[in-house]
Design a protein around this ligand. Structure first.
Ligand code: ATP
Ligand code: MG
Length: 199
């Protein structure tokens, strides 16, 4: 065996024992809280990717979209055919244009009721609270209410929270926090959001 080959083999053995050690330590089984935040692209895409995974095993999934209701969304159009998926979308109200606090708050509260129902249902394996961070930021929802519902969820249920500027208390309680970092975004070079790629 060449020197190079034996060095490679040694370092692979070391790596394997390190990984095996970590795998052996990860013994706890329970639902988790994941936060996908940061300014870079990919938060909602990653959430829908996880939704697809869960549906692939036949689990029930709830997605709550805390954004203006009429936005197109390719993932939703495709996956909604799956009877195991329920999507609740924030209805009228929240738009950047109107900024009607009263209407926004009502629309947000209405869809939050769907979220609460999903978060209390032991049959629901995964709940996605997409863009909920903005609702907290604008004060349409309060952090104590959201925290309480997430904390009281069934033990096997996983929750994904997405959106920029995640509340520090959500970050603190999460099992996994991923900060999408923007290195560059096409939008800033004048490229339009692209169907099937950005929505
Ligand atoms: P995506 O839905 O593509 O995963 P995201 O959830 O990380 O993006 P949002 O802030 O929710 O990011 O963005 C919603 C829309 O804005 C999407 O069409 C997305 O492609 C686009 N977008 C995401 N990040 C940026 C950015 N840094 N600058 C401009 N547009 C962005
Ligand atoms: Mg998003």
């Amino acid at each position: 065996m060449s020197d190079r080959q034996s060095r490679h083999q040694q370092s692979m053995q070391k790596l394997k024992s390190r990984v095996d050690g970590k795998v052996a330590q990860a013994t706890e089984q329970r639902g988790q809280l994941l936060v996908f935040t940061g300014n870079g692209k990919g938060k909602t895409t990653a959430a829908w990717g996880t939704v697809t995974r869960a549906l692939g095993y036949g689990y029930r999934v709830g997605v709550v979209q805390f954004i203006k209701g009429l936005w197109e969304c390719g993932e939703r159009q495709r996956l909604e055919e799956d009877a195991n998926l329920e999507v609740a979308i924030m209805g009228t109200g929240f738009t950047w244009e109107t900024q009607n606090r009263e209407l926004d708050t009502q629309a947000c509260q209405a869809v939050w009721h769907d979220a609460e129902r999903m978060l209390a249902d032991p049959e629901v394996y995964l709940v996605v609270l997409d863009e909920i961070t903005y609702m907290l930021k604008f004060g349409y929802l309060d952090i104590a209410t959201v925290k309480a519902a997430i904390e009281a969820r069934p033990g096997e249920q996983t929750v994904i929270v997405t959106g920029r500027n995640a509340h520090r208390e959500l970050v603190a309680m999460a099992d996994t926090v991923t900060e999408m970092q923007e290195t560059r975004h096409a939008f800033n070079s004048g490229l339009q959001a692209r169907r099937g790629i950005d929505f």
